[in-house]
Write a protein of this length. Structure first.
Length: 115
């Protein structure tokens, strides 16, 4: 993933309602979800949801498929993984991120114990 694509994806996710929409779509797995179902589940008006879905689609984070009169949105898990890979590509001086997180965790717990 190049930097411009990553910036576009991060910008699309940098709004709380849109992030909730994306996470809800991810939660549906490969089945995806129709906008009406998503609107009802998240209590987001249809016109607002339409705007958020358009932004997520433009950022290539979701795909849309027409099913007769309806649309079905699915998270592009490959794009999501590419974004995560981009963000962690230079992580921890070559130590796999999972290992590095375990090394940092005791320090984080110590810091939170003193607050």
């Amino acid at each position: 993933m190049d930097e411009d694509v990553a910036v576009k994806a991060l910008a699309a996710l940098a709004q709380s309602s849109r992030l909730k929409v994306f996470r809800a779509i991810v939660g549906t797995g490969p089945e995806g979800i129709q906008p009406g179902q998503l609107s009802a589940a998240l209590d987001i008006p249809a016109n607002t949801l339409s705007f958020h879905l358009k932004e997520l689609h433009h950022a290539a984070l979701v795909s849309v498929q027409r099913e007769g009169r309806f649309l079905r949105y699915r998270a592009d898990l490959g794009a999501m993984q590419s974004l995560m890979d981009f963000l962690t590509a230079h992580c921890c001086q070559g130590v796999p991120c999972g290992d590095a997180i375990n090394l940092w965790r005791p320090h984080t717990e110590d810091a939170s114990a003193h607050t």
